[in-house]
Design a protein around this ligand. Structure first.
Ligand SMILES: [Zn+2]
Length: 60
């Protein structure tokens, strides 16, 4: 599924593809498409409601 996250550095909204088959708690690194800084993306999916929570943090 396509998810969006806000870059922790420049604040721009990015889109990325999440592979839901990898589990309901995932962490991966994505480079911002605008400023090219790496963001650590943490995704959690509520197994009952399917609600998606996305957090981003800047990776030094
Ligand atoms: Zn950025």
């Amino acid at each position: 599924m396509l998810i969006t996250y806000q870059c922790a550095v420049c604040g721009e909204t990015n889109e990325t593809v999440l592979d839901e088959s990898e589990g309901t708690m995932q962490e991966f690194i994505e480079d911002c498409q605008v400023c090219c800084r790496p963001n650590v993306i943490r995704v959690s999916i509520d197994e009952e409601t399917g609600a998606l929570q996305v957090e981003s943090a800047f990776e030094e």
